[in-house]
Design a protein around this ligand. Structure first.
Ligand SMILES: Cc1ncc(COP(=O)(O)O)c(C=O)c1O
Length: 433
């Protein structure tokens, strides 16, 4: 029997979920019975997927599946332990070498997920004496890593380097000894915004001790030459100290890594990251998947071109329909809705029309700034894209999405971000993401 306090905690939330389900508005945990990549089957219906992070459509590539199957035959289905003990495979080491070369760093350390990479790496690199400058819209795994490190977290206004500089200067005055690290995503997972990395690395001029940690979960495979990521896109790889990536997006697998030119520091992380030492290793099939994806990406650069072609087409169509999509300059194109319940209704109507799209609500985005987060894949056909756009137009007209007032969309507005910089509000917005 559970404790009454726990029951109280759960009751209000669960009754809200039940109410949404009863009204056919609940959009999450939809059981997918089959996937073809760009299409999925739910309750016997086939829908076009525009919510996936499988940007290059590699999760169904026959070469990738063959590599994964072969690795499973050779190493088995599970690792049988953590990498520290008996789960370290030659495949992991090969993968680390290839990843480091791919992002332009000397070494890499693979973890079992991206979340556990951020959690384990940030917590092992930093101590309670240190300072972390954190973009307010950073991913939950970054905030969890910051919490676990017990370093002082100094959030700055999203993508606002001026805010970061001011907060850094103030924090350094109070704590001149602590190691300062700035953590940002390369491509932000909800807004699709790209971090102003050239400006960020310029902070090192006035603060040479500042380290830059880049979470490039959504930039990897998508940004830069050959999909080498956001640092490569801006040509600042040398000035970014740590590049973190996950395999759960364009690399069509599960796992994560931290790359750096400092081999000693990575060796230290390898022995101190609790999520690496005390968690089972990435299964062989997942490591082999990533290796195969890297090969396909090299052989078929046209996949990336196609992703950007579709993205440009969709972005232009969204503008013509009158949808509000903010400053996204990546394949993640959010559609601003506002009220959470309205986002649920819009997602349900799209679902009824055969489109699998997901609403992002608090805490993934600020309260009452819900979006439908859309992302196309390079394997979507023109016909699929046209069908999605037709459905979006229909739903947009019905819900007057074109009349969304840009003025009430602070999530997307530069000016609003700037004014926040002057306010004393330093609550990490992504803290609960
Ligand atoms: C920016 C960012 N970092 C880290 C993660 C965690 O990655 P994973 O799914 O591999 O745990 C995600 C995934 O949602 C993400 O979007």
């Amino acid at each position: 029997m559970s404790h009454p306090k726990l029951e109280d905690r759960a009751r209000t939330f669960v009754s809200y979920v039940q109410e949404l389900r009863a009204q056919q508005k609940y959009p999450y945990f939809r059981p997918i019975s089959r996937s073809w990549g760009t299409e999925v089957e739910v309750a016997g219906r086939r829908l076009i997927m525009i919510g996936s992070n499988d940007y290059l459509g590699l999760s169904h590539d026959p070469r990738v599946i063959a590599a994964a199957t072969q690795a499973m035959r050779r190493w088995g289905s599970g690792p049988g332990g953590s990498r520290f003990l008996c789960g370290n495979m030659t495949l992991h080491e090969e993968l680390e070498e290839k990843l480091a070369a791919f992002v332009g760093k000397k070494k890499a350390v693979v973890h079992v997920t991206g979340f556990s990479t951020n959690l384990g790496a940030i917590a092992s690199l930093l101590t309670p004496h240190d300072l972390i400058l954190c973009d307010r819209e950073n991913h939950a795994s970054i905030f969890e890593g910051c919490k676990a490190s017990r370093a002082q977290v100094v959030p700055f206004v999203h993508n606002d380097v001026g805010s970061a500089a001011r907060n850094l200067a103030k924090a350094r005055q109070k704590n001149p000894q602590g190691l300062p690290v700035l953590i940002t995503e390369g491509v932000f997972s909800m807004s699709g915004d790209v971090a102003p990395l050239p400006e960020i690395v310029r902070l090192k001029k006035s603060h040479p001790e500042l380290l830059i940690y880049l979470d490039d979960a959504h930039g990897l495979g998508v940004m830069g030459p050959g999909g080498r990521g956001t640092a490569a896109h801006f040509g600042v790889t040398d000035q970014v100290d740590f590049i973190m990536g996950t395999f759960s997006k364009a690399l069509a697998s599960i796992g994560g890594f931290l790359a750096s030119d400092d081999s000693e520091v990575l060796e230290y992380v390898r022995h101190h990251s609790k999520t690496l030492i005390f968690s089972a290793a990435q299964p062989a099939c997942n490591a082999a998947t990533v290796l195969a994806c890297l090969e396909v990406m090299e052989q078929e650069p046209e996949r990336l071109d196609r992703l950007w072609e579709i993205t440009r087409r969709a972005r232009q169509a969204y503008r013509e329909i009158g949808l509000v999509s903010g400053n996204s300059s990546s394949p993640i194109i959010p559609i601003f809705i506002g009220e959470e319940e309205k986002a649920f209704v819009v997602a349900q109507e799209l679902f009824d029309l055969g489109i699998f799209a997901l609403p992002a609500v608090f805490p993934a985005v600020p309260r009452r700034q819900a979006v439908i987060r859309t992302a196309f894949m390079s394997t979507h056909t023109d016909r699929q894209v046209e069908r999605v756009l037709e459905c979006l137009e229909k739903v947009a007209r019905k819900h007057r999405l074109h009349q969304t007032d840009q003025a009430i969309v602070p999530f997307f507005r530069e000016a609003d971000s700037r004014s926040l910089a002057a306010s004393p509000d330093t609550t990490p917005a992504g803290a609960g993401k």
